[in-house]
Design a protein around this ligand. Structure first.
Ligand code: ATP
Length: 356
């Protein structure tokens, strides 16, 4: 069977790392047909839109995509492509595993956790009112009538968290834990301060928990959770987080196990799935062949697993581990001198070695 996959190279280091991942995925022998689509800076230049409808249509058709990072140009008025994709395709769950890897020295050698981040609500819902705008003044007046004073020179970003939005990510997290043999979910929140948003998120999780007696749910304030993650990350299993905390702690967890160059991710909804690394487009090293493609390759392994190609996914992960364990081929972020395509070739060679 041939799987149709939309491939979005993205901006900055995106084209380099997606090409490396494609090379590795093709070497697994799984039959993949790629539909390459431009989004981001290049699409803006050529078509006047960072996320042309065509790209969305294509993903709707293929149902899965492998996506490089896309930059949101600051101050252009364009909505973030990443945020827009998640909204348009209702990719409400971000799944980001953080596992200590062989040959990558870190403070904690036995981290094996997964961050599950709600992807559509919270402070990242994009509901913003600019300082000084007429709408902002209007909202201020409404709030004032309700007894809430907002300074005249304030900009406003709203934090909506809904029952339905919380319930689906909570259910997703329990199902994910069960399917992957994980036993404990730690929910991070600040429910004591933000009672009607984080508090609601927590309340829904506590309501759902009794229906999932095989998985333990614990809750922790986000500041305490951050501290605990730097002290004993090895004790965590699944972290369930509203959008903003999830964004921040995903990077923290990536840092715990060797950095952004290694951290893979998936954005999942009930219908569509977009696989992309945690890192951004890294403009500081773009176009120079210095980027570490492993985060993207591991995102590709997650894609293979999603397609039901578990053996190939296992093989890619084992090949990456093998290359890291040997330590001969590493990019600069891991202290080496190898280039992006050297890593892709080394992983492919490890795949072939394992098959012999
Ligand atoms: P964004 O806002 O899109 O997250 P950013 O610039 O804040 O962008 P990244 O693009 O992820 O964040 O880059 C953060 C740092 O990590 C940069 O110094 C970048 O060079 C480095 N980095 C990110 N990804 C990689 C990679 N794959 N290989 C090597 N270094 C990377």
């Amino acid at each position: 069977m041939t799987h149709l996959v939309t491939l979005i190279p993205g901006d900055g280091i995106g084209p380099e790392v997606t090409e490396a991942a494609r090379h590795v995925l093709e070497a697994t022998g799984v039959r993949l047909e790629w539909a390459v689509e431009r989004a981001g800076a290049e699409a803006l230049e050529r078509e006047g839109a960072t996320l042309p409808d065509r790209v969305l249509d294509r993903i709707r058709r293929s149902r899965v995509a492998l996506k490089g990072p896309i930059t949101t140009p600051v101050g252009t008025g364009f909505r973030s492509v990443n945020v827009a994709l998640r909204h348009e395709l209702d990719l409400f769950a971000a799944v980001r595993p953080a596992r200590s890897l062989p040959g990558v020295p870190t403070r904690y050698p036995n981290v094996d956790l997964v961050v599950i981040r709600e992807n559509t609500e919270d402070l990242y819902a994009g509901i913003e009112l600019e300082r000084g705008a007429p709408e902002t003044a209007e909202l201020r007046r409404h709030l004032s009538a309700l007894g809430h004073e907002v300074r005249e020179d304030a900009g406003i970003t709203l934090k909506p968290i809904s029952v339905s939005g919380a319930r689906r990510i909570v259910r997703f997290a329990f199902a994910f834990a069960r399917e992957t043999g994980r036993r404990r979910i730690t929910l991070g929140h600040k429910a004591n301060i933000m009672r009607f948003s984080d508090g609601l998120f927590l309340q829904i999780a506590l309501e759902e928990a009794p229906a999932h007696p095989d998985v333990v749910l614990e809750e922790m304030q986000i500041d305490q959770l951050s501290m605990r993650l730097t002290h004993d990350p090895e004790t965590f299993d699944v972290l369930l987080l509203p959008n903003l905390y999830g964004d921040i702690l995903s990077d923290l967890c990536a840092g715990l196990v060797g950095g952004l160059g290694l951290a893979a991710g998936a954005n999942l909804g009930w219908e569509y799935a977009v696989f992309e690394p945690v890192h951004g487009s890294a403009p500081d090293i773009a176009g120079r062949g210095l980027a570490n493609p492993i985060a993207m390759i591991r995102s590709g392994a997650m894609l293979l697993r999603h397609l039901g190609e578990d053996d190939a996914a296992d093989a890619v992960e084992a090949a990456v581990d093998d290359v890291l364990r040997r330590g001969e081929v590493r990019t600069r972020d891991l202290g080496g001198t190898a280039r992006t395509d050297d890593v892709a070739r080394a992983v492919t060679a490890a795949l072939r070695r394992a098959r012999r």
